[in-house]
Design a protein around this ligand. Sequence first.
Ligand code: UT7
Length: 328
Amino acid sequence: MSQVSILGTGSCLPERVVPNSYFESIVETSDEWIVARTGIQERRMVLPGQAMSDLATPAAARALEMAGVAASELDLIVVGTSTADMLSPSCACIVQHNLGAKGAVAFDVNAACPGFIFGLSVAMRFLADGTYGRALVVGGEIVSQRIDYQDRATCVLFGDGAGAVVLGPRENPSQGQILSTHLHSDGDLWELLYVPGGGSRIPPSHEMVDKRLGVVKMQGQEVFKHAVRALSEAALEALEHNGLTSGQVDCFIPHQANLRIMEAVAKRLDIPLDKVMKTVHKYGNTSAATIPVALDEAVREGRVKRGDLVLCNSFGAGFTWGSALFRF
Ligand code: UT7
């Protein structure tokens, strides 16, 4: 198996900023509550008419530019999302069309919030065994269209965005390498976090909309407890697998769902907070986009440099969870 490097990163957030005060005007909540319980101050949301590929394509283009790879050189495009432009075809095929990546194989991975880590894992293996040479992995979500704006317990949490990486074979020692990825699922717990309507169980209908079934349903406290445990275990699994310790991590990029979860996980791992990358305060929970967006910002801000050891983890509906450990 050959070693695989992250050659470039990119991200794209919608321009529309939605502050906590917006929710004060539509549900019984307060900026104080949202900040104290989640750390979120504002989030980005798309405008009507904008779809997942409208964010995924510019994120991908920025990652390709940093990597110095042309779209025509891509062999594989994987998009981690559960909010593709359409039920069919995949968002990845639309991104392929937008980029002009004629020679690539393109498909989506639906693993909710960890969709990027799941997609990275799939793409990495295709590159490691030599099937493909250059891959684009996107994590993106437009959650703002799937939330119940009458449910204060969920509507304040989410935002939209997309992030991307370009992968290629490690060609010289100055390039980093993906050390390992670790994926998990527990379908027994799916009812704690799900979107009931819009699929084949409850197809789109007037009744589905009237009963507010096409939106996120979540038992927040239960999800919180499982998330802290699973995120910590997945991160430790990655470190142990590679014979490394948390003290060697240069940047920890946890799933950006709730600042309290991020801090609890960092504490369990004994990683100081100044090594924890945070975007949740300005973007909220962007589901599959949280990791690649935070990674791209960390790289462009110089917080993650070539050779740095980066640990990522994510947790979401399914339940699904996982981690990735790499030298950038
Ligand atoms: O990305 C997928 C993974 N998702 C997550 O990781 C989310 C995990 N869950 C959480 O982040 C937290 O559970 C929440 C932020 C969703 C909720 O925080 P909490 O500290 O667990 O609050 P709670 O659900 O225990 O609710 C406490 C109180 C309740 O009122 P009562 O019953 O004590 O009177 C809620 O009704 O806070 C109330 N509440 C709110 N109050 C003001 C719930 N949402 C709001 C709100 N504004 N937006």
